[in-house]
Design a protein around this ligand. Structure first.
Ligand code: RIB
Length: 300
């Protein structure tokens, strides 16, 4: 079983030729909506990877909630842990430019009402994989990490979006997944030593006994664990839209850990899935199914 404790958003997406400068008004080449939120994206990715997944989170009592949950429902993610809150459904305002780059502003709404009380019904089990991100209150993330540890589960903390005050949480997770920018921003707070990023990752793993995984976009993924270092490549692609690529990676990571695949193979699959997620617009609509990942790896 894979459990995601995290955010659910409706993404409001405007395509632009280039990202606007401060004070500038641009015309969009097209507007669309799609289900999103880092937690929900990771839950759907784990389900499309073949996992049995449940989601703990909150949406508002508004028209956006139905669309925000549509792909999770279709993907058979268990939603009994998703509460209706007296707040608006979380939204993300997203601009995607002609090169597939994006900027995102989130209005958390109901996601901010996901509190440690929501964990009461979670009843985490031994061996359960629990995925977390930074789009719900950090106190809830911390309480979840403690509860998972107590239950003998395995926690995976994705450090997105970067929040400086979350630094102390990284050592509490069994697996930490950061992109290169996020990891580098935590180096000082965690007092990590070493001449380069790889050495600092090894230092984190040595000091905490945990595994840290850093995603490098087109350069693939590197990891440092108590068993040693790993590196796997990304697929060679031309990105259309990178929104949700990191979430797809995390969901596939959770699914691989859940079935006990070796870490290197899990990372290879997750990196390939993350690459494939860049080939279509939107976060959840772009998440590949396991078969597509198998085919992409086989034809490499
Ligand atoms: O990681 C991508 C996600 O970030 C989007 O789906 C958006 O909702 C924001 O949470």
């Amino acid at each position: 079983m894979i459990t995601v404790v995290g955010s659910i958003n409706l993404d409001l997406i405007a395509a632009v030729e280039r990202l606007p400068a401060p004070g500038e008004t641009l015309r969009s080449g097209g507007f669309s909506t799609a289900p999103g939120g880092k937690g929900a994206n990771q839950a759907l990715a784990a389900a499309r990877a073949g996992g049995e997944v449940r989601m703990i989170g909150a949406v508002g009592r508004d028209g956006f909630a139905t669309e925000a949950l549509a792909c999770l429902k279709e993907g058979k993610v268990q939603l009994s842990g998703v509460r209706e809150a007296a707040a608006a459904t979380g939204i993300a305002l997203i601009f995607v430019d002609g090169k597939g780059e994006n900027v995102i502003v989130i209005a958390p709404g109901a996601n901010d009402t996901v509190l440690s009380g929501d964990l009461a019904r979670a009843n985490f089990r031994k061996g359960e994989i629990v995925l977390l991100q930074h789009e719900i209150p950090l106190d809830t993330v911390e309480a979840t990490l403690s509860a998972v540890r107590q239950a003998g589960g395995v926690s995976v903390l994705n450090t997105a979006p970067f929040r400086a005050e979350a630094a102390k949480l990284l050592a509490m997770a069994d697996f930490v997944v950061a992109n290169e920018t996020e990891f580098d921003l935590y180096v000082d707070a965690l007092k990590l030593e070493g001449a380069d990023r790889k050495a600092r990752m090894a230092d984190f793993s040595r000091k905490t006994g945990r595994t840290v995984i850093v995603t490098l976009g087109a350069e693939g993924v590197i990891a440092a664990s108590p068993e040693g270092d790993l590196a796997v490549p990304a697929l060679k692609i031309t990105p259309v839209d990178t929104v949700g690529a990191g979430d797809t990676f995390c969901g596939y990571l959770g699914a691989g850990l859940d079935v006990g695949l070796p870490l290197e193979e899990t990372l290879r699959r997750a990196a390939a899935a993350g690459s494939l997620a860049c080939l279509k617009p939107g976060a959840q609509p772009a998440i590949p199914h396991a078969k597509e990942v198998d085919e992409a790896l086989a034809s490499r």
